[in-house]
Design a protein around this ligand. Structure first.
Ligand code: FES
Length: 311
C-alpha cells in the first residue's frame, strides 16, 4: 500500500501507469475517486459545480431532550440541516449549511459565523464546540459521474459528483465500480452509466460554464485593479490575512500565517484562474473549478496538480 503520494497523471496503457511526484506505478485498473478528476480528458472539472459548506457542532442546554432526533433538511435558502452526534459530554447538535460556490464569496468566515448565529437563534443558549467545512461536487443533473473514464481504454475509471450525499452515493459508486471491475452487471447502476443529456442538463452545464467564464473575466480585472502593488509594499499582511495584489502586471497572492509571510503567483496552476483568500480556512481557493492551495502554495484539492509558483 502506498499513501501520501501526489498523483499527477495517468496513462491508460497496458498496464495503466500512474505518475506520482516520486515516480511511476503500474496497475491493471485505476480508479480516480478524488473530488475533481485530475485528468483533463472528459472535461469533468467543467461539468461539475464545486461548493463549500459548513458544519457547527453545538452543545444545547437541556441536552438530548432539547435537540431534534433524526436528520432534518430545510427547504429555505440558504439550506440548513440538523442532525446529532454522540459525544462523551452528551449528544451534540450539528448545524450544517450556508453553502456557496468555492472562491466566489467575499468572506467564508461570514458564512460560517452566520451558520453559528442561526444555530443560537434557533436553539437559545447553544454553545459552539467545533466547526469545520467541506467541499462538494455536483453534476448538472445531480447524478454522480461513475464508470469508465473517456479514452481510458477500459482501464481508468472515475467517481465524483456525489452532491453532498457521499455516505450513500459514495457507497453506490463503490458497488458500481466493483461490478465493473469484476464483470458483473448491476441493473440499478445503469442510471449512472448511461447518462442521457436532456435539454435541461445541457442548459445547466452551459449556465455553469458561463458563470466560470464571467468569474474568470472578473477576477483578472479585479487583480489588475488591486492595490497595493506588492513590489512596492514592504509591510506584510496582518496575521491570518491574505490578499491579491500585483507585481508589475503579474497578480500576486500574499498572506501571513503563523508569522510567516508568503508571496506567490496568484494564477491557479490548473487553467489560470486568480485565487481568492479563504478567511475561514486560511487557504487560496480558485473560483473557477475549486482547486485549493495552502498559504505556502501547496495543492490541497484538485483539479490542479501543481503548487502555486513563488512570486
Ligand atoms: S481550478 Fe481550474 S483554473 Fe483554477
Amino acid at each position: 500500500m502506498v499513501e501520501g503520494e501526489r498523483v499527477v497523471g495517468v496513462d491508460a496503457g497496458k498496464p495503466a501507469t500512474v505518475r506520482t511526484a516520486s515516480g511511476p506505478m503500474t496497475a491493471d485498473a485505476v480508479v480516480l475517486a478524488t473530488g475533481a478528476p485530475i485528468l483533463e480528458r472528459g472535461l469533468y472539472f467543467a461539468k461539475t459545480e464545486v461548493r463549500r459548506s459548513y458544519v457547527v457542532a453545538m452543545r444545547v442546554p437541556g441536552g438530548e431532550d432539547a435537540i431534534p432526533r433524526g436528520m432534518y433538511l430545510s427547504i429555505e435558502r440558504p439550506t440548513h440541516s440538523l442532525r446529532t452526534a454522540p459525544d462523551p459530554g452528551g449528544e451534540l447538535l450539528l448545524v450544517g449549511g450556508n453553502g456557496h460556490p468555492t472562491g466566489r464569496v467575499p468572506s467564508e468566515l461570514a458564512y460560517v459565523d452566520g451558520l453559528a448565529q442561526w444555530g443560537v437563534e434557533n436553539f437559545p443558549g447553544a454553545v459552539e464546540v467545533s466547526r469545520w467545512s467541506a467541499q462538494d461536487y455536483r453534476s448538472g443533473n445531480l447524478i454522480p459521474f461513475v464508470g469508465w473514464f473517456p479514452r481510458g481504454r477500459g482501464r481508468v475509471y472515475l467517481a465524483t459528483g456525489y452532491n453532498k450525499w457521499g455516505m450513500t452515493n459514495g457507497v453506490a459508486a463503490a458497488l458500481s465500480l466493483t461490478a465493473d471491475l469484476t464483470g458483473e452487471t448491476l441493473d440499478w447502476a445503469q442510471v449512472m452509466h448511461h447518462r442521457r443529456t436532456h435539454p435541461a442538463d445541457l442548459a445547466a452545464g452551459i449556465g455553469m460554464n458561463v458563470r466560470v467564464g464571467t468569474t474568470m473575466a472578473k477576477v483578472w480585472a479585479a487583480a489588475e485593479r488591486a492595490e497595493p502593488d506588492i513590489a512596492e509594499e514592504m509591510s506584510p499582511p496582518a496575521e491570518g490575512t491574505g490578499h491579491v495584489g500585483h507585481a508589475g502586471r503579474h497578480p500576486v497572492a500574499v498572506s501571513t500565517i503563523d508569522g510567516r509571510t508568503c508571496a506567490l503567483s496568484a494564477v491557479c496552476t490548473h487553467l489560470g484562474g486568480i485565487v481568492h483568500w479563504n478567511d475561514a480556512e486560511h487557504t487560496w481557493d480558485c473560483p473557477l473549478h475549486g482547486s485549493r492551495f495552502a498559504p505556502d502554495g501547496d495543492v490541497l484539492e484538485g483539479p490542479a496538480t501543481e503548487s502555486l509558483r513563488q512570486a
